[in-house]
Design a protein. Sequence first.
Length: 357
Amino acid sequence: MLGPGCVIVPAVLAAAEAADATGDRLLRGIVAGYEATARLSAALGLAPSHRGFHKTAVVGPVAAAIAAGVVNGLPAAQISAAVGLACSSASGIKSFATGGGGMVKRMHAGRAAEAGVRMSQLATRGFTGPDTAIDGRYGLLEAFGGESARPQCLTDGLGEVWAVNDVWVKVYPICGWIQGVVQLLLAMRGAEPHTGTRIKKVRVGTSKFAVTNNGNSSPSDTMQAQYSIPYCVALALTGNPGDPASFAPEAINDPGWRAIAERVELFVDPQSEAVYPEHFGCRVTLHLDTGEIREGSLLDAHGTAADPCSRNERIAKFRRLASAVLSARATNSFLERFELLEQMDSTRELTAVLREH
């Protein structure tokens, strides 16, 4: 699983503003970047993630270089050069998922976007790179994917099946494996949060990978909390898992949430394991102090292609996140311009709004 938006969208905005590209060209860059992200990730297989590489940081520079090249209208030879250069920018390890995460995961996305734009710019100035950097000897697939590499994923269905149609919009600011768990628990608790004393035990079954990597019940910072099934369980039952502030350092040290997190039991659910990684299934059992037991299971969380967010939900999420850096007026202005993006002669009409506060 990768997050293409946090790499591709900043890259194409920067490239489009620098080149004074049209709105149509910006949109084409986004589509190309998402497609490259999905295909490169699938072609690498699972080995990079299982060995500890962060695939967003591995794939991101290459996909961003392609996206920026499309925005800039580069010929195929120059896009190929940019790709050859960007493959040597691929990096990033997932130590943030085990120790204190800090902000390195965010840095991975920013550096990937930066690298993609830089390599595209270098290509326009005559820099060249190996045209076998993806699937040749010592290329990206061999170096990172190894035996799990599936080079056929680079071209299978190309031009017929589009990755941008399968975009997953996360409903909650947490790891993708945990979205379904939180969704089930919110439905079980109802509109009003429970008090901690009501919760006797929570059992969560999911894939072996998630059980192994997302079981920290005592997160030390924001990143660890977003990756912690026990913490997110406690938050879903007694707080607001959709509020980014719930993952602030002062929030994750709340003794009430930590006490509930200690009552969460994880296990490998055979059905969830059988469909991983195509689906991030889960099974949840909530035990209350009255003896009541509530159960539920889910194959695909809300926000996935199987159960997509509505347009209004996506706009509401944008408003919620944008409010941290933009005024309400600037947010409204951006959304109004965004509706006209495809007809814009210059994307600077859009990016100018991002400087307003």
